[in-house]
Design a binder for this molecule. Structure first.
Ligand SMILES: C[S@@+](CC[C@H](N)C(=O)[O-])C[C@H]1O[C@@H](n2cnc3c(N)ncnc32)[C@H](O)[C@@H]1O
Length: 286
């Protein structure tokens, strides 16, 4: 690790990145922390799958556990799309949050995982979790910018981003990922994106941007930015219908934050999708 890539002024290069880092450094939201407390896997993403309606009868802890089950199920779906990964492979978690998906990847594949985030608090938290889990030699968290990680070229079998791409320019991101992936390496993305067909950013999508200080991209931009960077999609899965139950349950929970109605409106009106894209790194001009 060199100072040139980890020094704060080099990691946080714009005022926008500083504001995103400040948001995640200060984030203590029960919708993330209480859910993570269930089994020590802390996520900052949404859920997939049907919920058990009996949890609505209470007590509250049952709803919390059910929401957490759905968010871990989401991470499992992401990992299902990484293809064959061996113990000797390295994976990169772009925008790793408190590390939940990184630990699940290590548990599943036994491989090494590097998580990068621009939040120093998250690096500290996730590194503490790695120590506690006894995997600190295999799962490492770094205060680095995923647009310019400083890691070695062609060194990763797989890279994923779990709800992080709305913070960055996709062409810059996929250029860096294409550099980092070995030939035939797999990139998997789960993201919310807006629907080009409905004619621009809807009011509900703008509310999501405002809530998270992010900028949701149109669906089309993922594919043009991948094509420009030698990333060829092998799977594209519209997860929208599968994520709606999570939002319905969350809207009825004690950890609702107020953003639930924007997500539900955006998904139901069709202005927003929850998308998984898996792509392989091919050769070509870089
Ligand atoms: C919604 S959270 C998702 C966290 C994690 N992927 C998960 O599923 O739990 C967004 C994450 O993106 C990170 N992030 C945003 N911009 C970044 C950048 N330019 N480089 C690295 N991480 C970034 C934030 O620090 C935060 O950890």
């Amino acid at each position: 690790m060199t100072m040139s890539t980890t020094d704060a002024s080099r990691v946080l290069r714009t005022d926008y990145q500083k504001s995103v880092a400040a948001y995640w450094n200060n984030e203590q939201d029960p919708v993330n922390l209480r859910l993570g407390d269930v089994d020590g896997l802390y996520h900052h993403h949404y859920g997939l799958g049907e919920y058990d309606p009996s949890v609505l009868a209470g007590p509250d802890d049952r709803i919390i556990a059910e929401l957490h089950r759905l968010e871990s199920a989401q991470a499992d779906v992401l990992l299902d799309h990484l293809g064959a990964v061996s113990r000797d492979d390295r994976l990169l978690d772009g925008g790793s949050g408190r590390g939940g998906t990184s630990f699940m990847a290590n548990q599943r594949f036994g491989c090494q995982v590097d998580g990068v985030t621009i939040s120093e608090q998250q690096v500290e938290f996730a590194s503490g979790q790695a120590e506690r889990r006894g995997v600190a030699d295999r799962v490492r968290f770094h205060f680095r910018n995923m647009l310019d990680t400083g890691f070695e070229s062609d060194s990763y079998r797989g890279i994923w981003t779990n709800e992080t791409t709305m913070y960055v320019d996709l062409f810059a991101l996929f250029s860096e990922f294409s550099r980092l992936l070995e030939y035939g390496g797999r990139y998997v993305c789960i993201t919310g994106c807006y629907n080009d067909l409905t004619g621009g950013r809807s009011k509900a999508v703008s509310q999501i941007d405002e809530r998270y200080t992010c900028s949701v991209h149109p669906r089309s931009e993922y594919f043009t930015a991948m094509a420009a960077n030698n990333l060829v999609p092998i799977n594209v899965v519209d997860l929208t219908a599968q994520t709606i139950p999570y939002w319905e349950l969350r809207a009825n929970s004690s950890v609702a934050t107020g953003v639930e109605s924007s997500f539900l409106t955006a998904y139901r009106e069709g202005s927003f999708h929850y998308l998984l894209i898996a792509a392989d790194r091919v050769n070509g001009r870089r």
